[in-house]
Design a protein around this ligand. Structure first.
Ligand SMILES: *[C@@H]1O[C@H](CO)[C@@H](O)[C@H](O)[C@H]1NC(C)=O
Ligand SMILES: *[C@@H]1O[C@H](CO)[C@@H](O)[C@H](O)[C@H]1NC(C)=O
Ligand SMILES: *[C@@H]1O[C@H](CO)[C@@H](O)[C@H](O)[C@H]1NC(C)=O
Length: 482
């Protein structure tokens, strides 16, 4: 039974593994590797401890999550940000290397899952994918699992271990710390929070059926991935609409974010829902709101009115004459950028999406060069969510987190996992301030190129120090409410 369960994983994963290793060797030139990701694995010492615990380990303490209606103080996003910045201050060289490796693996997982969401067709109401959230969610389950589920999850992440070789297994703690570094590198730009151009907050809701006890060590272990974690219990066995409403109301109360996440694919015997909520806010320096609503062409016959931002400066830009799309890179702080990708012809969006988002988006960035540009784009407030269980089904792994999954490190009684939601709220706003780059004025003599995103386009948020793609998204209609 195990063999047949493993077969589709092996098949589906070959391509991914190949891609990651190929990229890793590209990045490192001709150097010879022991294993490109050995920094993320257990060391010989920790393996010895795992295999021979020197002291008798007592049963791990568990706790019963409080009911969802219990009073809860709201999340303070500024203090979450400060925590991340502190973590960045403490990073050593090896920690930064780990962050790069995890970013690389998460990017590839992101491309692969983006492709699956595309192939799943138009039934999901999504516009944004967060590779780090996706990755962090799967690593959280990896932390909570034992074999065979753990090794299946590791393979899905794209770095399969060797059977029976502890030193080829991911050390979940190291991986989640690297993910914390990735988040920190995004927000730790600008001395004070008022200077900061980006805000990123990750919150996890662990919703359990009454009676399910969670292991303390599991919930504490998630802290580097999500500094705010809310284990809460509620009735999941009868009225799922009511449960959805309660969860949404609770999350809105503690975060203040209007997300309205759907509850899907939950059966009434579910005992655990694992929901990750990500809020991103980017402030575009030197941009201002264009007076009055502007037209955005949803397709070649229909337009909607939407607020737009405009700014002039020197931006990295590339117009590909062969593949018929252009890419513009707008800085969001010292190391972070917003990448905007627009097909030359709107009806070509699907083709361009496959070209840039199903493979390695970053290779296209090599073509960018500075150019004086007047850029106009919609002010964005996008919401998207997807259920990882759907993605696993699409990846032909529908049972990976199913009834038979070995998740004994989450709880004493194996939880029955229902929905595993990733919800994203992404905002892009203007801040009036200095020009985007110093050379903006000097380039006045050159012709200023007009780049106007008034028809469907793609975007990504990229951070240079880690190499992480924090978001991949598609804007078909800036006014649509997902
Ligand atoms: C354009 O979009 C509108 C609104 O989504 C839709 O009703 C219409 O059928 C579309 N037209 C074409 C030609 O695709
Ligand atoms: C509008 O788009 C549709 C579908 O992409 C295409 O068939 C049609 O020719 C376009 N119309 C115009 C006026 O460009
Ligand atoms: C790009 O546009 C040119 C000119 O319109 C066309 O000949 C070419 O086939 C297009 N390329 C792709 C990949 O669609």
């Amino acid at each position: 039974a195990l063999g047949s369960a493993m077969a589709p994983i092996g098949m589906g994963l070959k391509a991914t593994i190949f891609c990651i290793l190929a990229w890793a060797s590209l990045a490192a030139g001709d150097r010879v590797y022991i294993h490109p990701f050995h920094l993320l694995f257990y060391t010989k010492n920790s393996c010895a401890q795992l295999e021979n615990p020197s002291v008798e380990t007592p049963p791990e303490p568990t706790f019963a999550p409080v009911p969802i209606q219990a009073k809860t103080s709201p999340v303070d996003e500024e203090s979450l940000r400060d925590q991340l910045v502190l973590a960045v201050d403490k990073l050593g060289i090896e920690d930064r290397l780990r962050a790069k490796q995890v970013a690389m693996i998460a990017n590839f997982l992101g491309f692969r899952m983006y492709k699956m969401l595309n192939e799943a067709g138009g039934t999901t109401s999504w516009e944004i994918l967060s590779p780090p959230a996706l990755f962090g969610t799967l690593v959280s389950f990896y932390l909570g699992s034992s074999d065979p589920t753990a090794s299946q999850l590791q393979a899905l992440l794209g770095v399969p271990g060797k059977e029976g070789d502890c030193t080829s297994r991911l050390d979940g703690k190291k991986v989640l710390s690297a993910l914390q570094a990735i988040q920190g590198l995004l927000v730790a730009q600008g001395r004070t929070s008022s200077q900061a151009q980006v805000l990123l907050s990750t919150v996890v809701g662990l919703f359990t059926a009454p009676g399910l006890h969670l292991k303390q060590s599991f919930v504490q272990g998630l802290a580097p991935f999500a500094p705010a974690i809310f284990p809460r219990s509620l009735d999941l066995s009868t009225d799922l609409c009511l449960a959805t409403e309660k969860i949404n109301r609770f999350m809105q109360a503690v975060t203040g974010w209007k997300m309205n996440s759907p509850l899907a694919g939950v059966s009434t015997d579910s005992s655990l829902l694992f929901n990750t909520y990500v809020h991103f806010q980017g402030k575009m320096k030197g941009f201002s709101l264009v007076p009055g609503p502007q037209e955005f062409w949803v397709n070649n016959s229909t337009s909607v009115s939407t607020p737009m931002l405009s700014g002039t400066g020197t931006f990295q830009h590339w117009s590909d004459p062969q593949h018929n799309f252009s890419m513009t890179r707008v800085p969001l702080g010292e190391s972070t950028a917003l990448l905007l990708i627009q097909p030359h012809c709107t009806s070509d969006l699907d083709r361009v999406e496959v070209l840039v988002f199903h493979h390695n988006l970053l290779t296209w960035m090599k073509n960018l060069s500075p150019r004086a540009i007047r850029l106009t784009l919609p002010q964005l407030e996008l919401r998207g969510s997807y259920n990882l269980q759907d993605l696993l089904t699409q990846a032909k792994l529908p049972t990976l987190l199913g009834a038979d999954a070995n998740l004994g490190k989450i709880s004493d009684t194996n939880p029955r996992v229902g929905e595993v939601l990733n919800s994203v709220l992404l905002e892009l706003k203007a801040v009036k301030g200095e020009q985007p780059t110093e050379s903006a004025q000097q380039s006045g003599s050159l012709e200023v190129l007009d780049v106007t995103l008034n028809s469907p386009f793609l975007f990504a948020i990229y951070e240079r120090h880690s190499g992480a793609l924090h978001f991949l998204g598609r804007v078909d209609n800036p006014q649509s409410v997902a």
